[in-house]
Design a protein around this ligand. Sequence first.
Ligand code: FAD
Length: 374
Amino acid sequence: MPQNNRYDVIIVGGGLAGLTCALHLSARGKRILLIEKNSYPSHKVCGEYISNEVLPYLATLGIDPFQLGAKKIDRFQLSTKKGKSLTVSLPLGGFGISRYAFDNYLYQKIVETDRVIIDSVRDIQFINDQFKVRTQKGHWALAPYVVGAFGKRGNLDHFLDRPFIKRKTPWLAIKAHYKGNLPDNLVALHMFDGGYCGLSKVEMDSVNVCYMVQSEKFKKFRNIDSFQKEILYQNPNLDEFFSTASMIFQAPVAISQISFQQKSQVEKHVFMVGDSAGLIHPLCGNGMAMAIQAAKIFSDCYLTAEKEKWSRNQLEKTYTHRWNAAFSNRLRIGALVQRVFLNNTAMDVSTRILQTAPTLVPKIISRTHGKALA
Ligand SMILES: Cc1cc2nc3c(=O)[nH]c(=O)nc-3n(C[C@H](O)[C@H](O)[C@H](O)COP(=O)(O)OP(=O)(O)OC[C@H]3O[C@@H](n4cnc5c(N)ncnc54)[C@H](O)[C@@H]3O)c2cc1C
């Protein structure tokens, strides 16, 4: 077997989780291989608001999103579908950066020192305490550890026979960049019938518009344009934004089958990091920070396991335990908040309560976010 096909860790998927994991382990001298199916840069369906909690950790990896023109965000606006709104300060705040720019920036740092293959992983075999990973185009590589950072839902979930993949999920999401009026420091979340739409600025003064909607509601319309006009514009805040905004993308990007079901953090010895381990409801605006933090949790566990000669079983148990300690509560509260937001009556009542007691909003937000990562 040629030596150059052997790695310490193979990372499948080069979104924020996989890229961060690669940077962390590579900085500690590990021989890593990253395999990503899409070329960089490319647009991803995402709200593109990242919580500041990850900034200190990113700095330790030499990553500064403000070099790319990220916008500092410290205000949050919430509106009901009828347009009743409230605006509050964010407890920790965040920044706005496109995935197009941010993922590509991390990727460029990795290709300087490590091997990256742009190809789709087809199968992951675990035999005699060793993984063999193969891609569609026939590349293969060996490693004692594999990180599954391949996102919400995909071919490898079927391959690994993960239970959640058998259930259909009722959500789709659409995103595009616009030129339009929005303060640089504001992230807005506007409700509409069957979903919600996030607006926030990213680099180059573009406004990222990203919304999630129940597939059943969307199906009744001919296309994205008519859906937006008939449904989104019913919220006066969205009507006002779209009336003066112009789309920069040639066409919006869309994804479907977004799964919020429970997943396991280790599946057939593959360490799941990022959305492949669990996805928080996007209205919490914390999925990317969680993906980055999960990469840190795995990397720290892996490096300790190596130093202290843990068994594979001990590493798997410790990773699962630390992942759940960090994220289980956030996922539970995120699910609860989403249920309230999508119930019109509950949303109206909650907004009235929050308007009279706006200090409750940062408290709820804090429960779906973490503390700054040392
Ligand atoms: C509508 C919506 C809005 C959101 N808004 C926000 C927000 O504002 N703030 C926030 O913090 N979070 C938000 N999130 C969540 C956030 O997008 C995710 O949590 C984050 O992208 C997770 O990163 P990841 O690296 O785990 O997955 P991804 O970024 O999805 O990366 C997975 C990668 O794996 C690759 N891949 C998949 N299969 C294979 C394969 N077989 N072989 C090789 N590569 C493969 C994919 O091409 C992809 O690049 C939102 C999510 C949605 C759905």
